[in-house]
Design a protein around this ligand. Sequence first.
Ligand code: NAD
Ligand code: UDP
Length: 365
Amino acid sequence: MRVDKDYIRAKQDRLTEQIITMPASTHILVTGGAGYIGSHTALALLQAGFDVTVIDNLSNSSDESLKRVARIAGKAPRFVKADIRDREQLNAVFGMQPVNAVIHFAGLKAVGESVQVPLRYYDNNVAGTLRLCEAMAEHGVFTLVFSSSATVYGDPATVPIREDQPLGTPTNPYGRSKLMIEQMLTDLAASDARWHVALLRYFNPVGAHESGLMGEDPNGIPNNLLPYIAQVAAGKLRELSVFGNDYPTADGTGVRDYIHVVDLAEGHLSALNALKARPGVSVWNLGTGQGYSVLEMIRAFELASGKTIPFRIAPRRAGDIAMCFADASRAEIELGWRARRRLKAMMEDTWRWQAGNPEGYRTKP
Ligand code: NAD
Ligand code: UDP
């Protein structure tokens, strides 16, 4: 057999070329990366070849989530237990290794609690973000992806909600803290052209990693619908209260746009990529564009789990709105991203996580 040495040499040259032109490892700092959405995003980043450092004070999470990330990814993110409001700790983190971009999840998110202790929310969320931006600028890092929320639309005049729709009045301090941060980041980017900022307005994140190793691990009794349903299915809670069946929706119960957490995580990578060519502030809804009612969610969960979910109709919950779902087309056009996982996968993955980890990350293997 004739060996074409020129052919092999040419092929080797091309290989060398490819290796040399591959970008050097990009290092992403993930604040709040031990939490629900942050841990799924840290996993997606590692799997895509990014170098990842997580900073988290573990106020609403445990580092077990990061151990699971390492188990699935085959490599661990660097973890620093620290508070984003602590300037010295932030400086130390930025000083360890050059950071290319920050994905900022760290924050408190319990709506009811924010009404009870508003200053804690403004301090943690607003002042925390302010400290983070100061440290970023000091260390020459100007790319930031921020976890905002559809709550900034308030009670929308029309659905599906487009990003250019007027912002509403959030009904609680948590929502107002998100709006304030959006405004602060917009002012910051307007003042200095080096900033590239993404405001990602999440709709309703649900679901879990398909491995059943990672998922949402609420502290105490869940506030959100799907973790509550999952705990009823597992027998930890007796019944679900459906908050109102007299809304102007098809079956009278509230309608939301539920998005699988893994789709959401992937949306962050797409936003990060798009930000390279986008100075200033970019705003993207991350939702599916499809709304489901509370009763539809119960039925879908029953189908996926084979369990019956006892429920009763209760009064409306203060501050709730009838309908909220995204116009998801801007993200599809500008990011080339769209949510791919359907309701069935959201339910099956939630149930796999709940059934396999009845005590969340505290479950002993
Ligand atoms: P989470 O509570 O699971 O994660 C937040 C993480 O931030 C936790 O691990 C917590 O320990 C950490 N943290 C909080 N304050 C901190 C501080 N000062 N310093 C360092 N770490 C701190 O919540 P999540 O559901 O993963 O949400 C992530 C982000 O997305 C939050 O900003 C939240 O407001 C936003 N968001 C969440 C939802 C949702 O329904 N889950 C919807 C819209 C927006
Ligand atoms: N919901 C409910 N019972 C619960 C929790 C939530 O009926 O125990 C309803 C709530 O009124 C809303 C929907 O489920 O219509 C989603 O609520 P969730 O708190 O998960 O998200 P958000 O209110 O932030 O959209």
